[in-house]
Design a protein around this ligand. Structure first.
Ligand code: GCO
Ligand code: MG
Length: 403
């Protein structure tokens, strides 16, 4: 059995910050895991280096479930994004090792492929409806079958989901948080027009998605869902803050627009009521922020019992290591829905050479043993950590609001 000999944390910034855990064994085989928590990267790096790595040395790398339980229960302090991201990184690296030892790609260890490929959605954004629709047309011409569409809100200087680059959205853009302004009234007025124009230009054979980024009240979300029903959106994401899971009951009473939530969830407990009461249609928890493959499988299994499908988060702050793990998971899980995919910069892709591929809107993790992704450490060292925060958001009268 391979014993864990050493574990190291690699922090690099090839265009944006990433934290990677590398676990080495006495048999030469090693594994890597993503530990990136956008805007709070060094907290996870320290949690791993100071509190987790000493616990790993000498353990049998094949005992993935036992190590997961040891790190979760053994900390006494349970859940939370920092802890669960650190556990996720260990979990991913151990699955990588197991796959390499078995000589099999990870999806084979998870039960094999349940489908031929993984449908992904890309991000189309624009300062105006016209620009956003133009960007969506580009995605459609590249073969995307699902497109998230966000447009600037008339009367607001900046809008969530809209960046300088229409094909590349990177929100963690400043050394100190940039401040955005928000008006729910202006936003709610603008979205139906966006969907109207998008359907007119793109037709009905493409899935359209939209993200409200936790900014509405349940009744406002119900109204937006209802207004969008004629355009048959694939989902309305993060309509409200999800700390209070009861909120979704109210939204459900008013709309048949499918609901997605969970990119900031760190454990099954954040989603339990939402899933068991069938208050959502897609669970967006990710392999990196929700405790790794081991825990995400548990969430997906619960979801499967209640007709909830997966729609994992896959923004650029999830490194290619997390992206690879997500694709193995997506290919194998029975109740897969869709996977978010935002292309990384060429710098990021060269620091993390990977086997996964994109072809006309579908992705595949590739057939390399383990995760099928590497980190070029010499290159990573050339990109030192650079502090970067996500923006914050205020109402027009200055009230602090959800970003
Ligand atoms: C999405 C997300 C992202 C997040 C970002 C935070 O749906 O892709 O909302 O854009 O805001 O990943 O780190
Ligand atoms: Mg989102």
């Amino acid at each position: 059995m391979p014993k864990i000999k050493n574990a190291r944390i690699i922090v690099t910034c090839p265009g944006r910050n990433f934290v990677t855990l590398k676990i080495e064994t006495d048999q030469g085989v090693y594994g890597i895991g993503d530990a990136t928590l956008n805007g709070r990267e060094l907290a996870v790096a320290s949690y791993l280096a100071d509190h987790v790595v000493p616990l790993l040395i000498g353990r049998d790398a094949h005992r993935i479930e036992d190590i997961w339980q040891y790190l979760y229960k053994g900390a006494y302090w349970r859940r939370g994004p920092v802890t669960m991201t650190a556990i996720a990184a260990v979990d991913m690296a151990l699955w990588d090792i197991k796959g390499k030892v078995a000589g099999l790609p990870l999806y084979q260890l998870l039960g094999g492929a349940s489908r031929d490929g993984v449908m992904v959605y890309g991000h189309a954004n624009g300062a105006s409806v016209e620009e956003a629709v133009d960007a969506a047309l580009v995605y459609q011409s590249e073969g995307y079958r699902a497109i998230r569409i966000q447009a600037g809100v008339p009367g607001l200087a900046s809008t969530y989901g809209v960046s300088k680059d229409r094909y590349f959205y990177e929100p963690a853009d400043a050394d100190l948080p940039s401040e955005n302004l928000w008006s729910t009234e202006k936003y709610l007025r603008s979205v139906p027009a966006l969907f109207d124009k998008a359907r007119e230009a793109l037709g009905w054979d493409v899935h359209l998605l939209h993200d409200a980024h936790h900014r509405l009240t349940p009744i406002e979300a119900g109204r937006l869902g209802k207004d969008l029903e004629p355009y048959r959106p694939f989902w309305l994401e993060d309509a409200v803050q999800a700390e209070n899971q009861d909120s979704f009951r109210l939204i459900r009473q008013h709309t048949t627009t499918p609901l997605a939530v969970g990119e900031i969830f760190s454990s099954i407990w954040d989603a339990r009521q939402l899933i068991e009461e069938q208050l959502i249609d897609y669970i967006r928890a990710t392999v990196v922020h929700a405790g790794g493959i081991t825990h995400l499988r548990r969430i997906a299994n619960l979801a499967d019992l209640h007709n909830v499908r997966t729609g994992c988060h896959g923004a650029t702050d999830l490194s290619p290591v997390a992206m690879a793990a997500a694709l193995h998971f997506d290919l194998s899980v029975p109740n897969f829905g869709v996977q978010e995919y935002m292309r990384h910069t060429p710098e990021t892709d060269t620091v993390f050479p990977h086997a996964y591929s994109f072809d006309r809107g579908m992705m595949h993790p590739g057939d390399k043993p383990g995760l099928g992704v590497e980190i070029d450490e010499a290159l990573a060292a050339q990109y030192p950590y650079k502090r970067a925060y996500l923006p914050v958001n205020r109402l027009e009268d200055g009230t602090m609001f959800s970003w």
